[in-house]
Design a protein around this ligand. Structure first.
Ligand code: PAF
Length: 285
């Protein structure tokens, strides 16, 4: 019989006591921060965490600070019961579901703001987004104090931002990136995919296909970078996407790349809207 126990905690003090017990037993702890509406991509992060630590804490918190006015905070899916069921199936040990009051008590006035890596790509169209992410992730790391924390590479810029402030603030937690999980047709899994209409869902895989084709064209030198990128961007626009950006950047610093040199770690990044749904993706070159 399966005697696995999933403990659901929303109070920080209770969570701290549970973690202190684990520490006393010399158990290592991994944190997987999420905003819920869990899909196979999130569940793969739990599997990844289980491979690296004895106990896994999955946090579910829809962080209002990372949504700008007019974004989808109110519409963001919150299927908590389904999420808990999915986590039970994955042998998660703790689900941490802090309330808004617990996370941002009255008078909360601190922001973690990272410069540099937050400026390009999503930082341009969502200027306060990464401050919201950095602030909540710092709080989650301080609350749980895990040995490691896992973030998906789909939000690649977010992963770099988190690595940067963890290093800058000497937070003694290892940050691990986990590979993107995709549908069979290549679309990167995202909680926001459920906003897509049937027709949009059929068009959506073109985003990844275009990135792959572009990466191949670049590797094989089928033209100069800016022309290849412009052609791909036009292809997406023609198919009905509203392209926010399609760029090639250094995979470590996000510095722009004009020409690829040998040994450079380049990555392609795209964000585009299909109808009202904003999709992002990235591939290595
Ligand atoms: O990637 C997400 O789901 C969120 O940005 C995170 C890291 C859980 C912070 O709210």
């Amino acid at each position: 019989m399966d005697d696995h126990r999933l403990t659901i905690v929303s109070n920080i003090q209770v969570l701290r006591e549970e973690i202190a017990d684990l520490r006393a037993q010399k158990k290592t702890v991994a944190l997987v921060p999420t905003m819920g509406a869990l899909h196979e991509g999130h569940l793969s992060l739990i599997d990844f965490a289980k491979e690296h630590a004895d106990q896994v804490v999955c946090s579910i918190y829809v962080n209002p600070k990372q949504f700008a006015p007019g974004e989808d905070l109110d519409a963001y899916p919150r299927p908590l019961i389904d999420d808990i069921r999915a986590l039970e199936g994955k042998l998660t040990d703790f689900v941490f579901t802090p309330t808004d009051d617990e996370m941002y008590p009255d008078g909360f006035s601190t922001t973690i703001s990272v410069s540099g890596v937050t400026s390009p790509l999503c930082g341009k169209s969502r200027p306060d987004h990464f401050d919201g992410v950095a602030t909540v992730v710092t709080k989650l790391l301080m609350m749980v104090q895990p040995d490691i924390a896992i973030f998906g590479e789909k939000d690649y810029q977010q992963l770099l931002v988190i690595r940067r402030f963890v290093r800058d603030l000497n937070i003694p937690i290892e940050i691990l990136g986990a590979p993107i999980v995709r549908s069979d047709d290549g679309l990167a899994l995202s909680s926001r995919n459920q906003y897509l209409s049937e027709d949009e869902r059929k068009t959506a895989p073109l985003l990844h296909q275009t990135l792959l084709q572009l990466a191949d064209d670049i590797k094989k030198g089928r033209g100069d970078l800016s022309t290849l990128i412009k052609t791909s961007s036009d292809k997406l626009t023609k198919a009905g996407f509203e392209v926010d950006y399609l760029e090639i950047r250094d995979a470590k610093s996000l510095a722009p790349i004009i020409e690829i040199y040998e040994d450079q770690t380049a990555r392609l990044f795209v964000a585009a809207k299909l109808g009202t749904t904003r999709l992002i993706d990235n591939v290595t070159v």
